[in-house]
Design a protein around this ligand. Structure first.
Ligand SMILES: Cc1cc2nc3c(=O)[nH]c(=O)nc-3n(C[C@H](O)[C@H](O)[C@H](O)COP(=O)(O)OP(=O)(O)OC[C@H]3O[C@@H](n4cnc5c(N)ncnc54)[C@H](O)[C@@H]3O)c2cc1C
Length: 476
């Protein structure tokens, strides 16, 4: 049955093409009003200079232009969606609001409130799967419970993908373009200045917004995907896809990515398979946050709530040194400099810097999680939380508690020539690489560079004591 009028509400799916909710709205309606809301309840907490807001702004502009090319219009609003969406539905007498599902606890609360407000007026919020290939109850164990270990989840996920090619369907809006409503009054975008944010030169940060940016990054990656497994851990090379921000904001459909990779004759080569496995971690953490939302506030393994973190003045000093790239461990300081200046950080560097904060400095992983949430261009609550809990050994299928990343050996293995360190800390360029892996072994201290803030050997003992105390504690 077609509705007279519907709303398509664009959120973390900043594209017109192959967008499930947009396609659902066009399929079910005579007229579709498209809207994006700059959500003040999220934006008000962000600093003025926020790379993600600039990326979203440019991507909304491109999505709006693409919708206009199809004969429609994207309306941009600013405020609280909990008020704006029901009001817009009333104004246009829309029976249904279509949007793509968001699995974060705060988004689910928002959507539940909006669904309730719409229902009071006899309207409906319709949510579709778009952000991931498989969601919610689609990958469950034989007992019907969510997976809390990655490998069985991955095997079941692969099997499910292999069984149903429709999962990769292309939701092309073009055949339905006559149903776009271009008559809606209001702006197609709002300037960054009016929103209270700075313009940012994204290209200088190698960030290319919108569907065109995603296409550019994807095409570049397909040219080098065969080397993914060989190069993905080398800190000084761009051996990974760089699709993170595009997956985060939906500037490219995950289905399109898989369709295109599937066209290759050698889909099963180790590098493509290895990359697909990494993408599965994203879906694993997404379903985990959906099924176990309490992980947003504390450890999945609840006994680790008792960990005796370094707190008070010492904890604050250590956290500040970590954030400010002043730990005296070049690999960690280079990683934090990359994050602070660009919003990006290599996955291996995230593991090293994360482990350093939690296991070497003894600071609560939630401090690191919160800092990454503020800084990362690709910040995604499920992936960030899941990875921090992996590093801290508190998560569902995390690394063992006594596995501690040694910053010196990580540096030697993944940045042997110290090229990554020297790139992000150019003042250290004249220093020999071996002294940058273990500066404390150098006869004279490195000029103008801090001494290590903790001794590595004692920090290992301290970490074992901290985790051991919980392991020995009687069950609650
Ligand atoms: C402490 C910590 C925090 C992290 N926080 C985030 C975050 O907020 N957002 C985020 O997208 N990733 C996060 N990651 C995972 C990973 O570092 C990034 O996804 C990756 O660096 C993105 O670069 P890429 O797109 O070039 O990766 P590629 O290696 O090309 O991987 C392709 C895609 O797979 C997904 N992926 C890869 N590795 C992981 C992983 N370990 N967990 C979940 N998804 C993964 C991402 O969507 C990524 O874009 C975090 C990792 C750590 C250790």
């Amino acid at each position: 049955m077609t509705e007279r009028r519907s709303i398509f509400w664009m959120r973390r799916d900043l594209r017109a093409h192959d967008n499930v909710a947009l396609h659902a709205a066009l399929s079910a309606s005579d007229r579709v009003v498209c809207v994006f809301v700059y959500d003040r309840t999220i934006l008000d907490a962000l600093p003025r200079h926020d790379r993600r807001v600039a990326f979203i702004h440019a991507s909304v502009a491109e999505a709006g232009a693409d919708i206009a090319k199809l004969g429609g219009k994207l309306l941009a609003l600013e405020g609280d969606p909990a008020e704006l969406i029901p009001a817009l539905a009333r104004r246009h007498d829309a029976g249904r609001v279509f949007a793509n599902d968001d699995y974060e606890p705060s988004a689910r609360r928002r959507d539940a409130a909006i669904a309730e407000a719409l229902a009071r007026d006899g309207r409906e919020l319709v949510l579709s799967k778009d952000q991931v290939l498989l969601h919610k109850e689609e990958v469950l164990s034989k007992a019907g419970t969510p997976y809390t270990r990655f490998t069985p989840y991955y095997n079941a996920w692969l099997q499910r993908l292999g069984q149903d090619r429709n999962i990769l369907s292309d939701y092309d809006p073009a055949p339905l373009k006559a149903r776009f409503d271009a008559s809606v009054q209001g702006p197609s975008n709002i300037s960054l200045d009016k929103l209270g944010f700075d313009e940012i030169d994204l290209e200088a940060l190698s960030l290319y917004p919108g569907a065109s940016g995603a296409r550019r990054v994807f095409d570049e990656f397909t040219g080098k995907v065969d080397d993914y497994m060989a190069r993905r851990n080398t800190l000084a090379v761009a051996g990974t896809s760089g699709l993170d921000i595009h997956l985060r904001f939906g500037t490219m459909s995950i289905r399109a990515i898989f369709r295109e990779l599937g066209k290759r004759k050698d889909t099963h080569n180790a590098s493509v398979g290895g990359w697909i496995r990494e993408v599965c971690w994203r879906e694993y953490f997404s379903q985990l946050l959906y099924h176990v939302p309490r992980v947003a506030d504390g450890p999945y393994l609840e006994k680790y709530a008792q960990l005796d973190w370094v707190k008070g003045k010492l904890g604050e000093q250590r956290l500040a040194a970590w954030k400010n790239a002043a730990t005296g461990y070049p690999i960690v300081d280079a990683a934090m400099t990359q994050l602070n200046t660009t919003g990006a950080m290599h996955n291996r560097a995230r593991l090293v810097a994360g482990s350093f904060l939690v296991k070497t400095l003894g600071v609560d992983w939630r401090e690191g999680e919160a800092y990454f949430a503020l800084q990362l261009n690709d910040y995604d609550q499920a992936s960030n939380n899941g990875n921090w809990q992996w590093v801290a050994s508190t998560g569902a299928d995390a690394q063992p508690p006594y596995r501690i990343f040694n910053p010196a050996s990580q540096s030697q293995t993944y940045d042997p020539d110290a090229a990554y360190i020297k790139h992000w800390l150019p003042a250290l360029a004249p220093i020999e690489a071996r002294h940058l892996h273990e500066p404390w072994k150098r006869k004279a201290p490195i000029p103008d560079y801090p001494a290590p803030i903790v001794d590595l050997a004692s920090s290992v003992e301290e970490c074992k004591r901290r985790y051991g105390a919980v392991a020995r504690a009687p069950a609650a």
